[in-house]
Design a protein around this ligand. Structure first.
Ligand code: NAG
Ligand code: NAG
Ligand code: NAG
Length: 375
């Protein structure tokens, strides 16, 4: 947050812009009365927020150009991407209708049947993660919102059909990265870093994450993709701040390296407790490391430089209308200092559906055809 004043100024600018363009930044959702289609529910942080923060007075937002430049509307929507984000790239393949942010006033009537997105940029597993962004929807509140949503759906289609829709739906939850980037490592001697060494902090946040997943299960979720953190030390923001010669930042890589395997273990023992494969982990860290170690093999020009930004690796500050913007956005793994480009998101989605290496205990194609007893 070396550019905090800029961040604040920009946020006010963005907030005003949002009120002008907010209403027309999404294509109109298709009403969908077919309840046999899969609904899709999304929880988490900026990697999966599709516009909830547009409705909040927060500095964590992506609602001004050039965000959304490759989105079908070519307008910013609140997604932290040049185009589609990961939930969009997954949603395209599961026959879910377009899902709206929970805070979008259009999330009523038939639109409720498609599911909803509860994610909020800036949040983490811990309540004290992202406090610098002021108003964000923390995990416990995202789950409260999901309960509110269920109440509305019950009013529309009744309790029994609601339970069925929720039980059969696909869920995606993505959080944890900010507990390092926007909490532990945010400033030297952060409160959490004084309280815990990294090898103790990781099990602590994993145990808090288990409580979140357990509540999601209690609220009816039965098919849940849980992504690990990305390669935190290799994102352009980390390279810009810590890297001498393009090497990934060691402390953040160590953190991700501890977090992801412990997440896999926690999820696997949670599934055992439940007695079913409710939670599926996606080792996004390793999927993305493939592009990062060998970008050319995936048709990328670079995995180090962000497409939109400024400073070394285009990794400093925010992506704004004044930033450097690359010509060929599909040649970049990273759109901005932290977030993958649309093309990288599509490749991660492919891995989620059809991959064999990074999906535990099964990939999404397999999960979607499984018809286990979901009661
Ligand atoms: C986070 O906040 C919620 C209430 O919003 C509370 O129930 C929960 O215990 C808090 N978590 C921690 C670890 O303090
Ligand atoms: C997964 O593989 C199937 C069969 O090859 C293909 O039709 C489908 O498009 C793939 N899905 C994704 C998301 O790549
Ligand atoms: C992943 O998906 C493919 C189909 O696209 C399937 O053949 C394969 O067995 C699956 N792998 C696992 C580990 O589930």
């Amino acid at each position: 947050m070396s550019n905090f004043p800029l961040c604040i100024i920009f946020a006010f600018l963005a907030f005003n812009l949002a009120s002008v363009i907010g209403a027309e930044n999404k294509p109109p959702p298709t009403p969908n009365a077919d309840t046999t289609r899969h609904a899709f529910f999304v929880f988490g942080d900026s990697l999966v927020d599709n516009g909830n923060n547009n409705f909040l007075a927060t500095t964590a937002r992506a609602d001004s150009p050039p965000y959304g430049i490759d989105y079908p509307s070519h307008r910013p929507t609140g997604r932290f991407s040049n185009g589609l984000n990961l939930p969009d790239a997954i949603g395209e393949h599961i026959g879910a209708g377009p899902i709206l942010p929970f805070l979008d006033p259009a999330l009523t009537g038939q639109n409720l049947l498609n599911g909803a997105n509860f994610a909020s940029a800036g949040i983490g597993i811990l309540n004290d993660t992202g406090i610098q962004f002021v108003n964000v929807i923390r995990m416990p509140n995202q789950l409260d919102d999901f309960e509110t949503y269920q109440g509305r759906l019950i009013d529309l289609i009744g309790a029994e059909k609601t339970k069925k829709l929720i039980n059969e739906a696909l869920f995606l939850i993505t959080c944890g990265g900010n507990d390092f980037v926007n909490n532990y490592f945010l400033i030297p001697n952060s409160l959490r870093s004084l309280q815990y060494k990294i090898p103790d902090y990781v099990p602590f946040i994993i145990s808090e994450y288990e409580k979140i997943l357990t509540r999601l299960y209690e609220l009816g979720a039965r098919k849940v993709l849980v992504t690990g953190t990305g390669p935190l030390g290799c994102v352009p923001a980390s390279l810009a701040k810590h890297s001498m010669q393009g090497e990934c930042a060691a402390d953040l890589q160590q953190a991700a390296g501890l977090f992801n395997p412990q997440l896999v273990n926690m999820v696997s023992s949670l599934n055992e407790k439940i007695g079913n494969h409710v939670f599926i982990t996606v080792e996004t860290n390793l999927v993305s490391l493939n592009f990062i170690n060998n970008p050319k093999a995936f048709g990328f020009k670079t995995s180090q430089e962000a497409c939109c930004g400024q400073g070394p690796y285009n990794g400093l500050g925010l992506c704004t209308p004044l930033s450097n913007i690359c010509q060929d956005r599909s040649a970049y793994v990273f759109w901005d200092a932290y977030h993958p480009s649309e093309r990288a998101n599509r490749l991660i989605a492919q891995e989620i559906f059809n991959g064999t290496k990074y999906m535990k205990p099964m990939n999404l194609s397999t999960l979607m055809v499984m018809d286990y007893n979901i009661a």
